[in-house]
Design a protein around this ligand. Structure first.
Ligand code: C5P
Length: 404
């Protein structure tokens, strides 16, 4: 599958005749599964209207006239939202602004506020491209790790022939895929992670839940994203902030969670089931609040086992489970590894003491067992550190399985 799926890309459009090609570029990126937002400079409006990009992208187009109803912080918000910025066409004037680090319009402010891969596809007359001033700017920008896509050589809109044409949209799309998103040990892989508890309704105000905070699952999702994967986090109710650049699908119950995982799994390479899914739900969800009684008997029925279902139905997906245990950690974990047909199981001891490790804590202690017979014991550490280590291990095992 395309490694652009779910990538969030800011497409900056400057004022050059090649701006019309950016509409095709936007369409191509969307076809590859990327999410695109468009920012235009004022000069770009003379060549193509914001409405064109708005209609094609289905989103508001950010321009210097755009008035936020909220905070006027679009350059920061957009810079945090995106995985990468691609400016096409990039004019000589814009390259100069970028080289000088100016922040005089939304697009240049955004570039200054962003710490993500930035690529430019220059488009200008051949003399403008060849000018010492432009070439000095290009040199400076290259030194700062800004990626140049082109320019191409050939006949120009002005009738002259030479270097300065913008590359064709399909070429730019493959360069984005191969140059901007080829980093990381899980680049191009799609990973579904479940996290948090599930809430199983008893009546409109009560539910069955557990002490899972979601911290480990969120840390795993973030580590996978940092390793270059496209990450979909299917999360039960938590108080956590969504990790940057991860697609989050919020669910409530185990049945919701299974449904959403099944929707996403067909184009997924790895499934990491960190959620503490409730094993049972109430047999009936009372439509009205249950009245107090001397005794109340609740009938519980078993929830579907999401992980086992996915591992059974999708043997091509690399499945990783978690086993939170209070005792006999190793024995129970190994049984689950086999019964649920997993490639890896990550066991952690959960103590009744919340200040310790496991549920709600920022720390964890992990013991990992592989279907290949491998075994690892990782000492107490921060969940983010353990998550990064775990993602490296998953990547190593996944690649070993897929190259042999
Ligand atoms: O069997 P147990 O609940 O201990 O297994 C834990 C593993 O199975 C975890 O990875 C958890 O996310 C997953 N699980 C699930 N659906 C359930 C119960 C557990 O996916 N209903």
């Amino acid at each position: 599958m395309s490694n652009l799926k779910y990538k969030t890309i800011l497409l900056g459009v400057c004022g050059g005749i090649a701006a019309y090609k950016s509409a095709y570029l936007l369409r191509e990126l969307q076809k590859q599964g990327a999410e695109v937002r468009v920012i235009m400079t004022r000069a770009a409006h003379d060549f193509i209207t914001p409405l064109t990009f708005q209609a094609l992208s289905g989103h508001v187009v950010y321009t210097d006239d755009y008035q936020s109803e909220q905070r006027g912080m679009e350059h920061i918000d957009l810079a945090r939202w995106a995985n990468a910025i691609v400016i096409a066409p990039a004019t000589a004037n814009f390259l100069a602004r970028l080289a000088q680090g100016r922040a005089e319009d939304l697009l240049s402010s955004l570039c200054l506020a962003a710490n993500i891969p930035l690529a430019v596809a220059p488009a200008m007359n051949r003399e403008m491209w060849a000018q010492a001033a432009t070439q000095a700017n290009v040199e400076l920008l290259r030194q700062r790790d800004i990626t140049f896509f082109g320019p191409d050589s050939g006949e120009q809109a002005c009738g002259e022939t030479g270097d300065g044409r913008m590359l064709e949209p399909d070429v730019i799309v493959s360069l984005i895929a191969n140059k901007l998103f080829s980093h990381g040990e899980l680049a191009g892989k799609t990973i579904v992670v479940t996290a948090g508890p599930t809430h199983e309704a008893i009546d409109p105000v009560r539910f069955i839940a557990n002490r899972s905070s979601g911290k480990m699952g969120y840390a795993v999702a973030q580590a996978a994203q940092e390793a270059g994967a496209n990450v979909i986090l299917v999360s039960g109710p938590t108080a956590l902030q969504a990790p940057a650049k991860v697609k989050v699908i919020n669910v409530v119950s185990a049945e919701n969670m299974l449904q959403q995982v099944q929707n996403e799994i067909s184009h997924c390479d790895i499934f990491i089931s960190v959620a503490a899914v409730s094993d049972y739900r109430a047999a009936t969800n009372a439509p009205q609040k249950l009245k107090k009684q001397e005794t109340l008997t609740l009938e519980l029925v078993k929830n579907p086992d999401i992980l086992a279902t996915i591992a059974e139905q999708h043997s091509d997906v690399f499945c990783v489970g978690f086993a939170a245990e209070t005792n006999n950690v190793k024995e129970y974990a190994l049984t689950k590894l086999q019964q649920k047909k997993l490639q890896l199981i990550v066991a952690n001891q959960v103590s009744a003491d919340a200040a310790s490790v496991g549920f709600e804590s920022d720390d964890n202690v992990l013991e990992i067992f592989g279907a290949d017979g491998s075994h690892y014991e990782w000492e107490r550490a921060n969940k983010s550190q353990l998550a990064r280590r775990l993602i490296s291990l998953i990547s190593e095992k996944y690649h070993a399985q897929h190259t042999s």
